[in-house]
Design a protein around this ligand. Sequence first.
Ligand code: C2E
Ligand code: MG
Ligand code: MG
Ligand code: MG
Length: 287
Amino acid sequence: AAASRGPGSVEAFGPGLRDGLAARMGTAVDLAEALAKEGELFLSYQPVFDLEHDTIVGAEALVRWRHPQRGVVSPADFIPVAEQTGLIADLGCWVLDAAVSQLSQWQRLVGTGFRLHVNLSPLEMRQPRLVAQVVDALDRHGVPAEQLLLEITETGLMTADDGSVPRLEELREIGVALGIDDFGTGYSSISYLRELPVDMVKLDRSLTSLVAASPDEYALTRAIFGLMRSSGLEIVAEGIEEHVQVAHLRAIRCRYGQGYLLARPAGPEVVAALLARRGQGSRPSGM
Ligand code: C2E
Ligand code: MG
Ligand code: MG
Ligand code: MG
């Protein structure tokens, strides 16, 4: 309630803040416990579609936490706490291993063009051991690096330290694909994007609805997308909720998309059934 009154109000510095702190500390303690146990943390997977061919080209792993008292907690609530407390290092490691393990189990269902997207916190990108951890997970589960795509948010990239970009380049050299998540929420220019070692740009949900809702802007977005494509960047629109958005996105040649309309995040068995039924496409070579 205090927070809703805005950061400038006196209330924000009263009991509300203390409650907030206590709640975050409680979350941190419980999360540390969850990481040491089996079963509380799990991954949901949301398919990525080729809008042109109506096939599945990948899936994004999204972490979930089934708290014994609180029920399923949203990552929007516990990822920030994990980042503030340093638990993100262990959590990131757990997510990577669980995702790559799932990918190895999906091998007979997917082609080589299928990619599993894993979200990377900016703090993980700053860790020198990131590359070794990724290589280790791929080796242990016998999965080709080409099937893994790491998503880093646009704002996260803006906080990259000196070591981050070379680290990302190293990952890309071993074959791991990289993508920018939530594009449109920061202030990156297209020329800056082209300098980064990335393969994919994912439009934030807010940008997806904007782009898909304003046909007047087609000329501009078409030009921007053309520029991105000419640099070899794949464009994925996130948060597609309406049929008309798909039509508009196709019209401006945004080839890939994700959203509740197409498929909600779900358990691995649901995605497997979808893969078996829908079939999956592969990206054109070099993409
Ligand atoms: P994100 O990576 O941008 O993921 C997209 C979020 O939008 C997901 O929320 C997904 O469930 C939701 N979404 C997908 N389609 C739609 C749609 O059509 N409409 C709407 N309204 N929402 C849609 P989720 O799973 O709650 O994750 C929230 C954020 O938490 C993620 O945003 C990501 O930043 C972070 N996150 C999730 N899993 C991980 C993880 O394993 N590691 C890290 N570092 N961050 C994670
Ligand atoms: Mg993401
Ligand atoms: Mg996103
Ligand atoms: Mg987003």
